[in-house]
Design a binder for this molecule. Sequence first.
Ligand code: SF4
Length: 421
Amino acid sequence: MSLTRVLFYLPLPPPDRKHYVPFHRGVGQIAAVLSAAGCRVVLRMPWHLTEVQARAEIAAAGARFVLVSLATPQAALLRPIAAAAAATGAALLAGGPHPTFAPDETLAVPGVTAIVRGEGERAAAAFVAGEADRPGLIRPGGDPAAAGELADLADLPLPDRDIFHACPDFKFERRVIGHEFAASRGCPYRCRYCSNAGRLGAYGAAFQRRLPVERVIAEAAAALARDPDTAIVGFNDDIFAQDIDWLGEFAVRWRATIKKPFWVNGHPALLTQERVRLLKRAGCARMHVGVEAGDEALRRTILGRTMSNDTIVRACERLRRAGIRIVTFIMLGAPGESEETYRKTVALLRRIRPSWVIQSFFMPLPGTPLGEECRAQAPGKSWEALSDHSFYLAPGRSWTPFLTTERLKELGAGLLKDVYS
Ligand code: SF4
């Protein structure tokens, strides 16, 4: 049987010492679905790429199909890839947050054959099989607002990790990150800068799904059999273990069978004493906590995160007492950010005393209330024109009237010193 060859692009931010090249679960699961359908999938994870380079890669892979998983900060990379696909006669399917929330704009890029809105596993398989019609699979002239299908997570095959290890851009990090898993999809909150608000708007509570504990344990055992020396593993769920009964079962099973320390993302409002106790019992060594800003009014009214500073500090105290290390997410430069709000962020971080701060700059995203408000200030500009592929490192522009782009860069560069000095 001849294999259908697929080249999968996952454009990433530029490399930097503070950020790493991540395993991407969605891409791994789509690749596994395609492999089961008789495809050979090759992965590339570029942060810059010319059309000439993309043509050479498509030709070298012998690809009839090119898939691109695209977030808005990397939107500009679609053009050279799509032009190369068109020049080589390959059909191109774009999916991910950018095509989902900026569908018209993505479909208009020359060389794009179709887009996927929402989850891509079934739509990608239908695209490669030549099916004309599938919910969420949209071709030029189709309804760009049509919502895609939600997958039953337990029905999906384990993600294909081999395509990452075979990709020259991927560097597996054993000491701090390790193998990455996810036990759920979806989050109940509606932060105004996050595309989860758009997903909840399209699907409601049905968007939140989780895997059975047994399945999570089986996946971790399989991944660790390959790399038993990994020091730690992690869970990329938006918020890990939202259901306390699930967490109780997970704590017992993980401790008894996998026995590896792990990191998770958590929400301060959910970090009760009991939840922290169960996480510690399971082996949680590090929690990533979204703080984003220290000014309560800015955090509540602009960012849509309603918890108080005291709630955040109390949650972090529980983690510290349990011996779970704290890493905080901070986002500088949201509309309304000023010298004063920055000082409040520093003051809150000094109260929290995190082991590390992961800092980014605000960038407006399609499908988010705050992103749409910002775009209204830049009439006629596409999301691609507003995209900023290095926004983690340095902002391309300022979205607050109180700070220049240069001043924001200075604040970002000095944040760690201001917190720890
Ligand atoms: S808690 Fe996190 S994932 Fe959930 S809406 Fe807010 S930013 Fe998004």
